[in-house]
Design a protein around this ligand. Sequence first.
Ligand SMILES: C[S@@+](CC[C@H](N)C(=O)[O-])C[C@H]1O[C@@H](n2cnc3c(N)ncnc32)[C@H](O)[C@@H]1O
Ligand SMILES: [Mg+2]
Length: 220
Amino acid sequence: MSEQQWTAVDRYLGEHVLAPDPVLDEALRASDAAGLPAINVAPNQGKFLHLLALIAGARRVLEIGTLGGYSTIWLARALPEDGRLVTLEADPTHAEVATANLRRAGLLDRVDVRVGPALDTLPQLRGPFDLVFIDADKPSNVDYVGWALRLSRRGTVIVVDNVVRAGRVIDATTGDAAVDGTRRLFEYLATEPRLTATAVQTVGAKGYDGFLLAVVTADL
Ligand SMILES: C[S@@+](CC[C@H](N)C(=O)[O-])C[C@H]1O[C@@H](n2cnc3c(N)ncnc32)[C@H](O)[C@@H]1O
Ligand SMILES: [Mg+2]
């Protein structure tokens, strides 16, 4: 099976489960025009996040790693009118593009874009959040899950993106900080009794990767 086939299948699935969406298309176009890398989630993955937020009945969502706000739009659209999403982004240009995209999407009333390294902005936040989506610098993933737990309650859903890294996650010798950070995350999870977690491999237009899904199963 080739990446070309995964992409074709993604297109087929998208034609059946995704409605035409000029707002999201424009968010991607504006991100590209501003020179942002195309490392956003794929459309069907964005909808997967949207569905997770709906299933969780999320009213408060935390995102770590905004980029141009593509996944932010998917998540924020799952919120009720009085819901809130806080998204953390280190790069001021990315945050600026995301803010414009969220304004065009009519979501700025419920989204707070915080600029700065997430490890600096996380201590300013007050929980509990109902869902946390982690998709920033991978070497910090253990710290981010630690913060997610501190800002959670029993039942909070935690999702971490890009945990398979084209299969390289099983290789301890890559010297790649993102792979090593992901491996540390799995080692930590194996010893964290407050989380019940699984991970699922994915293929598609964005290549071969995977999501980690966890739920807080302890009173915090
Ligand atoms: C993969 S992109 C996020 C993609 C986005 N979640 C989406 O799917 O549309 C990762 C983002 O994390 C940001 N980032 C990297 N290190 C960070 C840090 N220490 N704190 C906050 N954001 C960071 C990058 O600037 C980049 O915009
Ligand atoms: Mg990602």
